[in-house]
Design a protein around this ligand. Structure first.
Ligand SMILES: [Zn+2]
Length: 82
């Protein structure tokens, strides 16, 4: 089984980063770049994720769950063929 990196721009800061596209946290945005539950998923980098969790902690909100391996290379077969 081989592993590969998916390199994508962060939806929040624009930095390119590697991730597992099926596990990485993402924002749903519409064509205007505004948050939209019906929008497309855009991945968020680790730095922005950590900043968001720090923001939530400061305000007494529960931290969100990060899927294991979200920022690790993908294994062949992780991704649906489409
Ligand atoms: Zn970012």
């Amino acid at each position: 089984m081989s592993a590969f990196l998916t390199l994508v721009p962060c939806a929040s800061c624009g930095t390119f980063f590697s991730c597992n596209s099926t596990r990485v946290p993402s924002l749903r945005l519409n064509a205007n770049g505004q948050p939209d539950p019906a929008g497309l998923r855009y991945p968020v980098c680790r730095a922005c994720w950590d900043r968001r969790q720090a923001y939530r902690r400061e305000r007494g909100l529960p931290e969100e769950h990060l899927m294991p391996g979200a920022y690790d290379p993908e294994e062949e077969g992780d991704r649906d063929e489409d």
